[in-house]
Design a protein around this ligand. Structure first.
Ligand code: PA5
Length: 419
């Protein structure tokens, strides 16, 4: 189970537990659906339709059999969860069989993608809850036409999978019209909380990952992260970040020491940014990949404006270690590393950075994760979802809407001449 340490955030247990009533009030809103946004709480006590889960697994097997590459088209909550899990659980360098489109409006990106897939066997999974989001809509149109040209209407039908609303939206209409296999984004689960629905599960399973283990991590987390007590790091995290916000901190930096976790941070940024950044309030969620960013952002964190705190993801064990043999007087001048290993070096960098940054007055919350596998990633993502719901309600906002996202769309559509 995830462990939390907030000593280095200069917070003691009494301060955390002084927020008990407030946390429990937020929990009540989540569990009893009495707060704002209560129509979007299906993820809290996640229940999956067994028949649909079986269809997801079968579709994933078929995709793996008939294609070299699955192009997943979607943006925001219809993109980041799958990307985060797949990246976290895949080889750092081996090419992945799942690639992503529809998360930008760059013609260079889409042209490069079309070129990349041209000599490959391809399947598409287009994902959009509303079915009207412009970025995936454009990419889907171009890629669907490409697929029909490459495989014919019937062949394309075999290879295109649609994840959208059960009944409404343009995408649903296209799927009905063309006869594509569809999966449902449940009505009561918003985009950024949807990774454990077919939105995330189909691409994740198609990447060859074990979604049963992922879901086991989620279901255990669902049971474990309830009630305000020392065995619930999730609510302690929500309370700790709220305390730091109320002390005047403006930015939460999520720091990892594993390059594979980069997209977990991107997913986390969306989760907290869209959930809390409203009504002129909210911590700004930002991310750093250490040790890489210690050589860029490290200077700012150490000595820049003191308006931030760090939440450090400490992964206990890597899958594969590297052991050092460094002879005396060798030209590498690394004798001090003799008998040590790479993981020790990474952890020393982490511990040293925590000491240096806290000495520089940057509070550090530390989250310890056993290892990076399906089970623990499922647990971690649910941990963040629930902590976000709790701290969003503590902040006094509706954590489940995103009215601000509409503003740019309005201006863009005006410029594009959409009626
Ligand atoms: O969290 C959210 O609700 C958003 O980020 C959406 O997921 C994103 O805007 C994509 O929306 P849709 O799935 O309707 O295309």
């Amino acid at each position: 189970m995830i462990k939390i340490n907030y000593e280095k955030a200069f917070i003691n247990k009494d301060e955390i537990y002084a927020h008990k009533d407030e946390v429990l009030e937020a929990e009540k809103k989540l569990h009893e659906k009495t707060g704002e946004g209560s129509d979007f709480l299906g993820w809290v006590d996640l229940k999956l339709d067994e028949e649909e889960l079986t269809r997801v697994k079968n579709a994933a097997l078929k995709i793996r059999e008939i294609s070299d590459v699955l192009v997943v088209i979607g943006i925001g909550g219809s993109y980041l969860g799958a990307r985060a899990v797949i990246d976290a659980l895949s080889h750092n360098f081996k090419p992945k069989n799942v690639i992503f489109a529809g998360n930008n409006l760059s013609s260079d990106y889409l042209n490069d993608l079309l070129e990349y897939i041209d000599d490959k066997r391809v399947c598409l999974n287009v994902i959009s809850k509303s079915g009207t989001t412009i970025e995936p809509a454009i990419s889907f149109k171009i890629l669907r036409e490409y697929m029909e040209k490459k495989y014919g209407e019937d062949g394309a039908r075999e290879r295109i999978f649609v994840t959208t609303d059960a009944k409404k939206g343009v995408l649903k209409e296209i799927a009905n019209n063309k006869g594509y296999e569809t999966f449902v984004v449940p009505d009561d689960i918003g985009g950024r909380y949807s990774v454990f629905t077919p939105v995330g599960l189909l691409p994740i399973a198609a990447a060859g990952l074990d979604i049963d283990k992922l879901l086991q991590g989620v279901f255990d987390a669902k049971e474990n992260f309830k009630g305000f007590n020392e065995n619930n790091p999730c609510y302690e995290y929500a309370a700790a970040r709220t305390i730091l916000y109320r002390q005047g901190k403006k930015i939460e930096l999520l720091a990892n020491y594993e390059p594979k976790l980069h997209y977990i941070t991107e997913w986390w940024k969306q989760l907290f940014g869209e959930s809390e950044g409203k009504d002129g309030k909210g911590l700004f969620p930002a991310g750093v990949d250490y040790t890489t960013d210690l050589h860029s952002m490290g200077q700012y964190v150490q000595e820049g404006e003191r308006h931030l705190f760090e939440t450090v993801l400490n992964v206990k064990e890597p899958y594969r270690n590297i052991f050092f043999e460094c002879a005396e007087n060798s030209m590498d001048k690394l004798e001090y590393l003799n008998g040590k290993n790479m993981n020790e070096a990474n952890h020393s960098a982490m511990e040293g950075t925590i000491i240096a940054h806290t000495n520089g007055n940057v509070p550090n919350i530390i989250l310890e994760i056993e290892k990076i596998d399906e089970y623990h990633i499922g647990e971690l993502l649910y941990f963040f979802e629930k902590a976000c719901g709790i701290s969003g309600y503590m902040l006094g906002v509706n954590p489940f809407n995103q009215p601000g996202v509409e503003a740019y769309k309005k201006e863009m559509f005006r410029l594009l001449g959409k009626a």
